[in-house]
Design a protein around this ligand. Structure first.
Ligand SMILES: [Zn+2]
Length: 231
């Protein structure tokens, strides 16, 4: 049984994590990707979903990753987890930023399928409490939270990087100019919304390896365009 369905059933049966499943139908109506994990599994036969290079897997609304978990995770000092394979480059990048007087912090890294469910359900409930209708709440939540199985954070290859001392802009500017040297790309660039499905996120960086990062950043392409999956 797939994790999403299992957690749905468990939460419904036991009322686990009222945060996640206080409204059991929330899952059913709001997350087609979550209740149809078979679709994600089927997608994994494509080269976009399951490329020869683990660094180039594409995850977005059209390419769900199902209940995928990275082979090995590493926990950073602040408790955030990332795919262990990106750690050396991430650490080097942070060291170099600190050497220039910046205070970067990885606020979000790996997130499980279930954690994504909790985020989505939590956000929907928040809007319901404020008096929005079910439909309104769902569509508003979707504007901010990726459906379970479609978040790049589930790969362990994405990191949200901000500043520990509040000077986020300096961190974003450094990253925009230099992150590709360490194998990271600005995943949701300004003007890329129609292709990526996301508004500009100056903090969200995705590891693709140094070679691909150079090419993508140099050309101004999105990952979708680089992989030829922008249809
Ligand atoms: Zn992010």
């Amino acid at each position: 049984m797939k994790k999403g369905l299992l957690s749905f059933i468990l939460c419904t049966m036991f009322g686990i994590g009222t945060a996640a499943c206080a409204e059991p139908q929330c899952m059913d109506a709001a997350f087609p990707a979550a209740v149809r994990p078979a679709k994600a599994g089927a997608g994994q036969s494509s080269t976009v979903q399951n490329p020869a290079d683990w660094r180039l897997v594409l995850v977005n609304a059209a390419h769900p990753v199902g209940d995928f978990t990275p082979p090995e995770l590493i926990t950073l000092r602040n408790g955030v987890r990332v795919d262990a394979r990106i750690y050396p480059d991430l650490q080097q990048m942070f060291d170099d930023m600190r050497a220039e007087g910046l205070s970067p912090i990885a606020g979000e890294g790996f997130r499980t399928f279930d954690e994504q469910c909790e985020m989505m359900c939590g956000r929907i409930r928040e809007y319901r409490r404020k008096g929005y209708s079910r439909t309104e709440s769902e569509s508003m939540a979707r504007a901010y939270v990726a459906e379970p199985g479609t978040s790049e954070h589930q790969l362990g290859l994405a990191v949200d990087i901000n500043s520990e001392n509040g000077d986020h802009q300096s961190v974003y500017e450094w990253l925009a100019a230099r992150a590709h040297e360490y194998g990271f790309i600005l995943r949701y660039p300004q003007g890329g919304e129609s292709v990526t499905g996301y508004a500009y996120e100056p903090w969200h960086y995705r590891y693709v390896g140094r070679e691909a990062a150079q090419e993508i950043t140099g050309s101004g392409m999105t990952l979708e365009e680089y992989l030829g999956a922008d249809d």
